[in-house]
Design a protein around this ligand. Structure first.
Ligand code: HEM
Length: 150
């Protein structure tokens, strides 16, 4: 069958669509920073973990989600919060970044503990650690995340 020039035009246009969206991840009206991207993965997995933690039969599924959180939390360690740019002077920037990394490292340790508790089927330890991770999330967000976001 002979291709019509019209069809060719449409196909060329469609082929260009993904390119137009490359390097662009817009949601809610602004581009997402690399750290926001990692945090979104952490947040999605966290929702599933909190649901699964109520049922010991779902502990291995929860452990898989915690492993995903760990992967993204480790990537987050090397990224910079967008508020870093607003810190004035080298000393303040250094302190801000070190504090952020310390908070992330503590969260990684807690996630490792949660992973172990889930694999051992220790519901009490898992619940306790979930509470500690939530506190670390709240503290981390209060200190390092822009206020207008959740
Ligand atoms: C389980 C723990 C955590 C969860 C579920 C979580 C989840 C999230 C979510 C959903 C966002 C919003 C992403 C978006 O705007 O699209 C976010 C942003 C952010 N989080 Fe977390 N987070 C956790 C722990 C932490 C910790 C411990 C810190 C710091 C020590 C932290 C620092 C930040 C920062 C700085 C942002 C804003 C990103 C930017 O500045 O570019 N988070 N987090």
């Amino acid at each position: 069958m002979k291709k019509s020039p019209f069809l060719f035009c449409i196909l060329s246009l469609l082929a260009g669509v993904p390119a137009a969206f490359a390097n662009h991840n817009e949601e809610g009206g602004h581009d997402h920073s690399p750290l926001e991207e990692e945090m979104e993965h952490i947040g999605d997995a966290w929702k599933l973990v909190r649901r699964a933690i109520r049922d010991p039969e779902q502990f291995s599924a929860a452990a898989e989600q915690v492993a995903i959180m760990l992967e993204h939390a480790k990537k987050s360690l090397d990224l910079e919060p967008s508020l870093l740019a607003q810190q004035e002077g080298d000393a303040a920037k250094k302190e801000f970044l070190e504090g952020y990394r310390k908070g992330m490292k503590q969260t990684i340790t807690l996630l490792e503990e949660l992973h172990a508790a889930l694999e051992e089927g220790d519901a009490e330890a898992a619940q306790k650690t979930v509470g500690k991770i939530n506190d670390a999330r709240k503290e981390g967000h209060k200190a390092y995340k822009p206020e207008d976001e959740d």
